[in-house]
Structures are given as structure tokens and as C-alpha cells.
Design a protein around this ligand. Structure first.
Ligand code: RET
Length: 249
């Protein structure tokens, strides 16, 4: 039994609780938003719900016996299936906050394409590292570089195309988009760090450390990102409601 293993096993359960609570919170908050922005809270709730359901299964499969072997039974494909669905949902918050008006399809397609490349190459690399028992693997390194390049491309798009498209938007929307961009640039960085821990780590313990880091990152990015997005649109909703009330005087 190791302390790292038992802590990691419990983080699956804690992550489930945070994500399940996030789902309820975002659904409740939905009512405090004007119609145009309700989809932001709905998406945040859907992202948390998918992850909560996933974590419910994962916490069952890793057990709570403090053994590294139990954690290594862990189904990697579950995590990646979750990311494959939730990361595009998170990224489409950007075009949707920019609002209708111009055609946002090129932005959506570019972001989703880069995202799928990032997740698919990451998955291939992770399987190679698992097979190497948490030791260095050249396929693992190659896939890390490919996935990292796709990640950098996403950040580049968010800091160029999205910044340009948000110039004529209301200040709270611009501020919200800025915060969300920073959130992705910093919050998503936790994942490659976890991956490196497994590849350049210390064998099986490195694999466990990776899972611990991913569990923390998932809560930060799914619940945290949802909170930032919902607070931004709540501010805009309040401003618009006040403006309408004044206009009707
Ligand atoms: C991988 C492989 C190594 C290189 C990089 C990676 C990035 C993963 C990311 C995952 C984000 C997941 C989120 C889920 C929440 O809903 C695949 C670990 C760059 C950024 C935000």
C-alpha cells in the first residue's frame, strides 16, 4: 500500500463529487441568464455531467485499496473518450460568445480539427507509455510532440483570430473571452505535465502520478472554466437587463 496510490484513488471520488455538484450548479444558474446566453450554462453543465458519469465508472474500476496495481488497471480510453467530447464543447464557447453576425464556421472547424489531432495523438502516445510500464518510449515522445504542436496551434488561434473578432464586442464579453483564453493557456498546460511525469517518471509510480494530475486538472478545467464562462455572461445579462429597464422608463 502506498500513500500516493490511496490519495490518487480517493481523488477519483472527489472529482466525481465536484463534477456532479458543478452540473447541478450550472443548471440552477441557467435561470439567472438572459436567453441569448443560457447555452453557456447548459454547455458547462453538459461538460460536467459527461465527466461526472465517467468518473463514477473510473472510481469503481480503480478501487480504494491503496495498491498501485489496482490503479494500473485503469481504462485510459475512458479518459480520452471524455476529452474527445468535452474539449470541443469547451472550445466552441469562444465562437458562441463572439455571437452571431459573422460566419464563425471556419473558426469552429479549425479549433475542433486541431483539438481532435491533439487528443488522438495524445491517446496513441499514452498507450505506448503504458505499454512501456511508465518508462521512456520513443513513440510516446513523438506523439507528445505532435499533440503539443496541436495544443500550441489552438492557443495561437485563440490569441489571434479570437482577439481580432472580439474587438467590437461589449467590454464584459471582451474581458470574459480574455479570462477564458488565459484559463485554457494555463489550465490545459497541466495535462502535458501529467503526461511527462508518466514518460520521464519513475516507472509505475509515474503512471499513478499522471492519473492524480489528470484528476486535479479535470476538476479545475471543467468546473473552473464553467464558472468563469457563466460569471462573464451573468455580468452581461445583468447589464442588458438594467439597460432595458432604463430604456423602458
Ligand atoms: C496530452 C498529450 C501530451 C501533449 C498534450 C496533451 C494535452 C491534453 C489536454 C487535455 C485537455 C483536456 C480537458 C478536458 C476537460 O474537459 C493529450 C496529455 C498537449 C490539453 C480540458
Amino acid at each position: 500500500m502506498t500513500t500516493l496510490a490511496i490519495i490518487t484513488q480517493y481523488t477519483y471520488w472527489v472529482a466525481f463529487l465536484c463534477l456532479a455538484s458543478g452540473t447541478i450548479y450550472f443548471l440552477a444558474e441557467r435561470n439567472s441568464l438572459i436567453e441569448e446566453y443560457r447555452a453557456t450554462a447548459t454547455t458547462a453543465a453538459v461538460v460536467c455531467f459527461i465527466a461526472a458519469a465517467n468518473y463514477f465508472v473510473m472510481q469503481g474500476s480503480v478501487g480504494r485499496d491503496g495498491s498501485i496495481e489496482s490503479i494500473l488497471n485503469f481504462p485510459t480510453e475512458f479518459r480520452y473518450l471524455d476529452w474527445l467530447i468535452t474539449t470541443p464543447l469547451i472550445l466552441t464557447k469562444f465562437p458562441s460568445l463572439l455571437g452571431s453576425g459573422e460566419d464563425r464556421r471556419p473558426l469552429v472547424v479549425t479549433l475542433i480539427f486541431a483539438d481532435v489531432v491533439m487528443i488522438a495523438t495524445g491517446f496513441a502516445g499514452e498507450l505506448a507509455i503504458n505499454q512501456a510500464g511508465g518508462n521512456f518510449s520513443s513513440l510516446g515522445l513523438g506523439m507528445f510532440l505532435a499533440s503539443g504542436a496541436a495544443f500550441c496551434f489552438i492557443i495561437y488561434i485563440l490569441f489571434t483570430m479570437v482577439v481580432a473578432a472580439s474587438k467590437d464586442k461589449l467590454k464584459p464579453i471582451r474581458d470574459g473571452l480574455k479570462r477564458l483564453r488565459l484559463f485554457i493557456a494555463i489550465g490545459w498546460m497541466i495535462y502535458p505535465i501529467g503526461y511527462l511525469m508518466a514518460m520521464f517518471g519513475i516507472g509505475p509510480e509515474g503512471l499513478v502520478l499522471r492519473e492524480l494530475i489528470y484528476n486535479i486538472a479535470d476538476v479545475v478545467n471543467k468546473v473552473g472554466f464553467g464558472l468563469v464562462a457563466v460569471f462573464a455572461v451573468r455580468q452581461v445579462s445583468r447589464d442588458q437587463t438594467i439597460r432595458k429597464a432604463i430604456a423602458s422608463l
